[in-house]
Design a protein around this ligand. Sequence first.
Ligand code: KG4
Ligand code: ZN
Length: 337
Amino acid sequence: MKDIYILAIESSCDETSMSIIKNGCEEISTVVLSQIDIHKSYGGVVPEIASRNHIENITIVLEELFQKSKITLDDITAIGVTYGPGLIGSLLIGVQAAKTIALVTGKPLIPVHHIAGHIYANNLEKRLQFPLIALVVSGGHTELIFMQEDYSFKKIGGTLDDAIGECYDKVAKIIGLEYPGGPKVDRLAHIGKDNYDLPYPLNDNTYNFSFSGIKSAVINLVHNEEQRGNKINKEDLCASFQERVTSVLVKKTMHAIKEYHVSNLIVAGGVSANKGLRERLEKECKENNIQLSIPKIEHCTDNAAMIGAAAFYAYKKGIIAEQTLTAVAVDNLYKYN
Ligand code: KG4
Ligand code: ZN
């Protein structure tokens, strides 16, 4: 088979990223330009500022990518791009860049769902084994997905309100940690002890999640302690919070694995970088003889390498977009069956 090189573009939030991926699994070169330092002072991503920065960064990233990779546009088979879901203004910049490159070169344009990208980040480590359960945990998503084969997604559960990463970031903000607070909460959780009485979030027998209750519980706890003139032990609060959320995530994931009779679990999205979650899943999977795949840290958070990996399998399935492709803020992954 002739090698397939995908030029991939990701700009759904605050990272401008491009990558060249060979045959859906080999990362030739990736550039990620993060805007975190710009958004930090606002306590979160400001959509308008993010899109303006994508405009400034996109050609810089493209030039750097080709300088680094020693590959030319002629070697590229197709252009893959995240068309959604995400921040509409940010997505539009990546989509417009991809459409322009596709138009100028005459190469096919492959629309990639952001969550499919996160899932296929695992294919950059090791070929996905089917059937599998994917636990997708990011700033915008918390979902359990069943995959029978490549590029076929069946949702079996998801969050009813906040996403897990969003909840981590809000808890971090309440206790005065800088955006993005998820990794900082994770670090403190490993120093602290589970001494605070927090509820287990939607600890039932469904595959759904709900994190707004535990977020409110943390807000109330911090306010009550402040009013009493007591100092919060941040490390302990992070440890208790992390124990509750990871415990429910792991319990429901292991339940899905049993019910769907699979022996492969993949974890995807920014929160898959969480050490507490990784440790718990590793332990459970080892005890239950389940093959666990978690991307390396730089492939957990947003990057174009994962989009290039997913684009290869979308391309093989004949998913090609016209020049009419546009970005969408919300989109259903489960149309790909
Ligand atoms: O996948 P991602 O880069 O962006 C979205 O598609 O949403 O995920 C970003 C999210 C942020 O909420 C960030 O705080 C969280 O992932 N995150 C973590 C950790 N590393 C990143 N949350 C908890 N623990 C971590 N170690
Ligand atoms: Zn993401």
